[in-house]
Ligand binder design. Structure first.
Ligand code: HEM
Length: 186
C-alpha cells in the first residue's frame, strides 16, 4: 500500500492513435524505453521499477511469436532468452497461435504481486523484448538486482507509481471528475 495524491481529473477526449504512439512497444530496446520514460519526467529507476508491474498479468502470444520462433529470420529464438524458458514458451504459445492465446508474463507467479519478475528476468526469462532489454544496460542491470529484494521493490513501486501519476495532470478548466469512471460525463 502507498499514499496517493488525490484530485486527478480525467480527460474528456481520448484517441486510440495516441496510445499507439505514446505507449512503449513490446519490442522496444533499452534506449527507446528510457527516452520514452524520461520524456515524461520519469527516470531509469522508474523504468525498471514500473516494469515490475509485469509481475502480474498475461501477454498475447502473437506478440512474442517472432521472438520464440523466428528471431533473425532463420527459425531461431532470441539468443538472449533462457533456452529452457524459450522451450516452455513454445509449448504455451504454439506456432501461428490463435490471436487470443496468452501466457503469463512472470512465469508461474503471474497472480501474485511480488518481486519474482526480477528474479525471472535475472535468469533471462523476460517475456517481452522490452523486459529483456532491462538487462542490456549496466545501470539497469544493477537496479534489476536490487529490486529482487521484495521490501525494496514494494517501497520503490509505490514511489514510482506516484511519479507516474504526475504525468500530464489536467489543471484549471481541463478535464472533469467523472460520475462513472468508464465514460465521459454527458
Ligand atoms: C516499460 C515499458 C512497458 C512495455 C513495453 C509494456 C508492454 C506491455 C505489453 C505488450 C503487454 C501485453 C499486452 C497484451 O498482450 O495484451 C503488457 C501487459 C501489462 N502491462 Fe505493461 N508495459 C510496460 C510498462 C508497464 C507499466 C509501467 C505498467 C504499470 C505500472 C504495466 C502493467 C502491465 C500489466 C498489469 C499488464 C497485464 C495486463 C493483463 O494481464 O491484461 N506495464 N505490457
Amino acid at each position: 500500500m502507498w499514499q496517493v495524491l488525490t484530485g486527478r481529473k480525467d480527460g474528456r477526449v481520448s484517441f486510440a492513435s495516441e496510445a499507439e504512439t505514446d505507449l512503449p512497444s513490446s519490442d522496444a530496446n533499452f534506449t527507446t524505453l528510457l527516452s520514452q520514460f524520461t520524456s515524461r519526467g520519469l527516470d531509469i529507476i522508474d523504468l525498471v521499477t514500473l516494469s515490475g508491474a509485469h509481475t502480474i498479468g498475461t501477454g498475447h502470444c502473437f506478440m512474442i511469436a517472432n521472438r520464440i520462433y523466428n528471431f533473425t529470420g532463420n527459425g531461431d529464438a532470441d539468443p538472449s532468452l533462457n533456452p529452457d524458458y524459450a522451450k516452455t514458451l513454445r509449448t504455451l504459445c504454439p506456432i501461428s497461435p490463435n490471436l487470443t492465446f496468452t501466457a503469463e508474463m512472470d512465469p508461474q507467479s503471474s497472480l501474485s504481486f511480488d518481486s519474482h519478475y526480477f528474479e525471472a528476468l535475472n535468469q533471462n526469462k523476460g517475456f517481452f523484448q522490452s523486459d529483456a532489454a532491462l538487462l542490456t544496460d549496466t545501470r539497469s542491470v544493477q537496479i534489476v538486482r536490487i529490486l529482487q529484494v521484495p521490501s525494496i521493490f514494494f517501497a520503490r513501486f509505490g514511489e514510482s507509481m506516484n511519479r507516474m501519476g504526475t504525468i500530464g495532470v489536467l489543471t484549471g478548466g481541463d478535464g472533469e471528475i467523472r460520475k462513472n469512471c468508464r465514460v465521459v460525463n454527458v
